[in-house]
Design a protein around this ligand. Structure first.
Ligand SMILES: NC(=O)c1ccc[n+]([C@@H]2O[C@H](COP(=O)([O-])OP(=O)(O)OC[C@H]3O[C@@H](n4cnc5c(N)ncnc54)[C@H](O)[C@@H]3O)[C@@H](O)[C@H]2O)c1
Length: 258
């Protein structure tokens, strides 16, 4: 208990899945939270579920001007900012031939522009707090090719390299801010349920028994990722910076024989 006591954290996309699990975990461990999402109803419910102080801030992460407002609200409510979890994302399917220009731009706006806006807005305030931890939610699609996820993979690959660039910048600035990316494989959330259904609909995957499909794919749990977010948010990870942390039970590490 108390691994992030009195730290102030922002979590985007906190109304569902991984963001929700991160919120509950960080709150259980003493953090004060500002949770954001476009889904106001569910977002407020998650804030109410948190044991420690937590407020909900309605935000569309694509909107550049929402970011300064969010940072301002966080500091006026809690006095500082220590942790930013850039978690909000969408994963519509589309390959190199089927993806339209509008789809490409929208997927990059939600998944990649938002992380740029968030990091840029948070760094000055974190510097004032004497440092902090930025945690960017990427994916294993940043590391291996998946044909139905062209724009999503491009965005997640962008997050991976942007994260390293930010980590180097912060080292140069000596501002004590760390920046790392997390790369989950498949984790059991509404996003993955929708993805499995979409892949089944276009006959890229059998989905007669969704539960059996999940088991066969070795899908992880939201707490697996939340435990890593907690570690990166805490001072226990103070020497981890510019790293890409894969959390996929070996799925991208190689092949097993037999
Ligand atoms: N679940 C997985 O297997 C998996 C794997 C790798 C990476 N990820 C990443 O983890 C993050 C969370 O995914 P999840 O599985 O929990 O998905 P989810 O769909 O359960 O939750 C995503 C949340 O983001 C919010 N959101 C979407 N667009 C937004 C916008 N424009 N502004 C603000 N909020 C917005 C949604 O309302 C939702 O609450 C995403 O970045 C996703 O790409 C998930």
């Amino acid at each position: 208990m108390g691994r992030v006591i009195n730290k102030v954290a922002i979590i985007t996309g906190a109304a569902s899945g991984l963001g929700r699990a991160d919120a509950i975990k960080l709150s259980d461990e003493g953090a004060k939270l500002v949770l954001t999402d476009i889904n106001v109803q569910e977002g407020k419910l998650v804030a109410n579920e948190c044991k420690n102080e937590a407020l909900f801030f309605e935000q569309d992460v694509r909107q550049e001007n929402s970011w300064p407002d969010l940072i301002k609200t966080t500091v006026s409510e809690f006095g500082k900012l220590d942790v930013l979890v850039n978690n909000a994302g969408i994963a519509p399917i589309g390959n190199i031939e089927s993806t339209t220009t509008d789809q490409w731009h929208d997927i990059l706006k939600v998944n990649l522009d938002s992380v740029f806006f968030g990091c840029r807005a948070a760094i000055p305030e974190m510097s004032k707090s004497g440092g902090g931890s930025i945690i960017n939610m990427s994916s294993t699609t940043a590391l291996v090719g998946l044909s139905p996820y062209l724009a999503y993979s491009a965005a997640k690959g962008g997050i991976r390299s942007m994260t390293k660039s930010i980590a180097m910048y912060c080292l140069e600035q000596k501002n004590n801010i760390r920046c790392n990316s997390i790369h989950p494989g498949s984790i059991f959330t509404p996003m993955v349920d929708n993805a499995l259904q979409a892949l089944a609909d276009i006959k890229l995957m059998e989905q007669d028994d969704p539960e059996a499909t999940r088991k066969a794919m070795g899908i992880g749990e939201t707490s697996d990722v939340a435990n890593l977010v907690l570690f990166l948010a805490s001072d226990e990870s103070k020497h981890i910076n510019g790293a890409e942390l894969v959390i996929d039970n070996g799925a991208t590490a190689g092949d097993v024989s037999g």
